[in-house]
Design a protein around this ligand. Structure first.
Ligand code: CU
Length: 135
């Protein structure tokens, strides 16, 4: 294989790794404070989730009971959806390059809360799901 070909294969891989690291570091922001109507402060946990055919990354999110979980959703390919029937959340996730969308999940009670893609996105659409674990 000629040397210049090799370069074209390694560059996209390197960019993907850098992008992943950026996404992961965003997902690990420390807790911040916010106030609700009664003036009590609530801890906010932020996480970034990337949707792509046919999974969410991460697909398992752990959060401490009593915090607000702020999820920033982006897509790595087409339009997807983020639906959590238990929390009455259903948001369209814009296609790659069209920005992100935020949803807030109130982790008020311990348990497992499933989420899933709500926009038909191909053959594996029904397998595109994840879970928030409040502990
Ligand atoms: Cu889908």
């Amino acid at each position: 294989m000629k040397p210049h070909r090799w370069k074209y294969q390694v560059l996209p891989a390197t960019l993907t790794i850098i992008l992943l690291l950026v996404v992961l570091s965003y997902g690990q922001e420390g807790p911040t404070q916010s106030s609700n109507k009664s003036g009590q402060s609530r801890e906010i946990q932020k996480v970034s989730v990337v949707a792509e055919r046919f999974n969410f990354t991460p697909s398992k999110i752990k959060v401490k009971e009593g915090t607000l979980l702020e999820i920033t959703l982006t897509s790595d390919d087409t339009f997807h959806g983020f639906r959590m029937p238990s929390a009455k959340i259903n948001q369209v996730i814009p296609a790659r390059g069209r920005g992100s969308v935020k949803v807030v999940f109130d982790a008020k009670e311990k348990g497992s809360y499933a989420f899933e893609c709500s926009r038909p996105c191909g053959a594996g659409h029904t397998m595109m799901r994840g879970v928030i674990i409040v502990e």
